[in-house]
Write a protein that binds this ligand. Sequence first.
Ligand SMILES: [Zn+2]
Ligand SMILES: [Zn+2]
Length: 208
Amino acid sequence: MMKIDRTGQKFGKLTVIADSGNAQLLCRCDCGVEELLPRGITKPSYKGRKMCSYCKGGVCEVCGKRIKYNSGQIPATCSDACAKARNNEREKLRYQAVKNTEAYKNTRSSYLSKLRERLNSDPVLYAAFRERAKSYLKKSRSKPEQIEKAKFIAKARWQRIKNDDALYETSVLYARKQYDNYSDDDYKRIFNRERSHTRARKSRSCLE
Ligand SMILES: [Zn+2]
Ligand SMILES: [Zn+2]
């Protein structure tokens, strides 16, 4: 059976740009992406997507990159790294939501007092606990992938703050308060340089 040449025809966001008579048509989406789609899109009964896989996939909730849709449910994020960052963020939000509830406070304070009791009554355990905490901190600070991960999460977070005026405003006020609260010694320890008072004043007046 002769197939109709579909070149130039439009289906949803897709325009057929090449029809070689095969089962697939080369289409260009309104967004500019070119992809092969089944000839079935020409049928009125076609229920599948009439847009490219990126328009279908939407954007990553974490980094904002377009997601290439494959099949099934549309994922919220573009990669394993973004999925992890999103989970961490959600876990943080969950913690923020429960941390001031009585139930959480009670559970936590009873856990901490039990732990403190045990550590105080057992010097060997106390020493081991200190050692472990110290080595954990040292280890996580020396692992390049941990540092990369922290940078990645910070970057994604900053991206989100930057795109939200209210959030940005809050974070600027918060940061300013933090800087003001640092003693000169703290400042030197954190930023590895002396605090420049003139500069601090200058940047503050810019924000006001
Ligand atoms: Zn598209
Ligand atoms: Zn992403």
